[in-house]
Write a protein that binds this ligand. Structure first.
Ligand SMILES: Cc1cc2nc3c(=O)[nH]c(=O)nc-3n(C[C@H](O)[C@H](O)[C@H](O)COP(=O)(O)OP(=O)(O)OC[C@H]3O[C@@H](n4cnc5c(N)ncnc54)[C@H](O)[C@@H]3O)c2cc1C
Length: 290
């Protein structure tokens, strides 16, 4: 059962920041409630104040321009991202990721800000957005700051948000030439989080050498992480099956997954190895065709 709390519903971002400052020691923001209500029901959190930002239309937007790229307001739903024409056209991997996230019901109500702030290492958007080099804009009554999304995750279900701050916006840079990002999760049930997930970005130079790479692991560690050795294995190489296999092994070595009721640590490492190998190859093929 959920304990009693005081429900607050600000009408603007400014009002939200003021409420957060006033109640920062004992409040939780709620947006879609798809994660928060579960942990409140489990008694894992019991805030005195719940501040509902779902109605903040100021933060419900998807914009794109050729100078700065894509911007997603924090209260944008998964479904809005899934059906955005500009996302499909410029960042198809984001659409592909959203199509496989949870169920239509969850995607209709859950938001990108809530998903990222929940900081579940098994969440789908974070690996893809980190592979796309996304930044996150956070803010509160004392001002705003922008940081790389990869720096946002500090530990198991922990983020760099300070008390009184919320995610305001996610910023994704312009798509680069000869570059592709591919994401895949391994899940036993459709509409579920991945036992593990891997996102890979490959950038090629004019002669087909890999000039940049990102390998990002979901559920491969307590937080979403980059597999740095796997990236080093790819960068500067002419890519072929032997390099993809080496990158897969490096990603497995870079990971530190847990054993739980869904899978053992050993099985997760094996999945990371195989997925990284396959997805790096797929990203290479896509980048080459651009
Ligand atoms: C059945 C089910 C299946 C699911 N499957 C998947 C899946 O396959 N993949 C996946 O990635 N996710 C999955 N989820 C999780 C779901 O996608 C997320 O819970 C949802 O996107 C979170 O958004 P929300 O708006 O509902 O957040 P809420 O539940 O409202 O909030 C979640 C957390 O974020 C905080 N918060 C919310 N908004 C902000 C903000 N703007 N700034 C700072 N903090 C904020 C809240 O205080 C809370 O701590 C699943 C959930 C359910 C119920």
């Amino acid at each position: 059962m959920i304990h009693d709390f005081t429900y607050l519903r600000p009408g603007t971002v400014k009002e939200t920041f003021a409420m957060l400052k006033e109640h920062q020691d004992d409040c939780k923001v709620i947006c879609g409630g798809q994660s928060l209500l579960i942990i409140m029901r489990q008694g894992l959190v019991a805030p005195e104040y719940v501040i509902d930002i779902k109605g903040l239309s100021e933060l419900d937007y998807i914009t794109y321009d050729d100078a700065t790229g894509l911007k997603l307001g924090a209260t944008t739903t998964h479904r809005e991202i899934e059906f955005s024409d500009i996302v499909e056209q410029k960042y198809p991997v984001l659409k592909h990721m959203e199509e496989k996230l949870a169920s239509i019901q969850v995607r209709n109500w859950g938001t990108i800000g809530g998903n990222l702030a929940h900081a579940d290492a098994a969440g789908d958007p974070a690996p893809v957005l980190i592979a796309l080099d996304a930044m996150v804009r956070v803010g509160g009554a004392d001002g705003e700051r922008v940081m790389p999304l990869e720096a946002f995750y500090t530990d198991l279900f922990e983020t760099a948000l300070e008390p009184g701050e919320i995610i305001v916006e996610i910023q994704v840079p312009l798509p680069r030439s000869k570059t592709a990002t591919v994401y895949q999760k391994f899940n036993l049930l459709e509409s579920d989080q991945g036992i593990v997930a891997v996102a890979v970005t490959i950038s090629l130079d004019g002669d087909g050498t890999c000039k940049d790479a990102r390998v990002v692991l979901g559920n491969g560690a307590p937080t979403t992480i980059r597999a740095n050795t796997a990236e080093e294995t790819l960068i500067g190489k002419k890519l072929n099956d032997a390099v993809f296999a080496a990158a897969g092994q490096a990603a497995a070595d870079d990971s530190s997954p847990v054993s739980d009721i869904h899978a053992s640590e050993e099985y997760r490492r094996h999945l990371i190895k195989v997925l990284t190998q396959r997805i790096a190859k797929a990203a290479f093929a896509q980048a080459r065709s651009k």
